[in-house]
Design a protein around this ligand. Sequence first.
Ligand SMILES: C[S@@+](CC[C@H](N)C(=O)[O-])C[C@H]1O[C@@H](n2cnc3c(N)ncnc32)[C@H](O)[C@@H]1O
Length: 200
Amino acid sequence: MRLRETESDDSSRPEFWDARYAASETPWDFHGVPMALKAFLTTSPAGRALIPGCGLAYEVRAFHEAGWKVTAIDFSPAAVERARSELGALASRVVQGDFFSYDFSARRFDVIYERTFLCALPPVLWPTYVNRMTQLLRPGGKLVGIFLYGDQVEPPPYPLSPEKARELFKEKFSLAKTLSVSDSLPMFADSERWNEWELI
Ligand SMILES: C[S@@+](CC[C@H](N)C(=O)[O-])C[C@H]1O[C@@H](n2cnc3c(N)ncnc32)[C@H](O)[C@@H]1O
């Protein structure tokens, strides 16, 4: 399913996403926390987590309730405003900014969680995404989440293939876990995998 064109057709720009949040045209929105993340949180020791491209940031509460110190970031003002208003006392956990340039301070994250963020970015940005992950994770830290695999005739979203994923992550990450996802939205059915990429 292709996202409708608006003023900006460049998904690397905040305007692209902001127009869609402002119009409530967000077909990727899960309206909750995926089961695979809930399972991860029940089995992983709490630490410091980042959620890039967080959108409406439902997962912030799940991380917080599992004892994590969580920060989420999105560069769409409309998304951040809605996420903050839903999160109430946890609103300050969501920052508005560009994942690629925001200053998160020198302390690194134990885990970075993502859903439909990499596939929202034009593939020309994927190596920059991987470099940024290596800067922000502690050694042995994990990039975990739900990644889109398959074909897309008219992106975005831009799905991975197993070969592309291997090529992209091979220098700095090893694939510690991959699982199927059973609660995908219909538009992503059979195309999502839970991946845990461990920083070498
Ligand atoms: C398809 S949406 C996914 C949102 C959320 N992760 C979810 O599962 O609903 C992609 C999100 O990435 C955000 N985004 C894209 N590029 C970004 C960047 N460079 N910095 C911060 N956020 C970005 C967009 O504003 C949008 O909210």
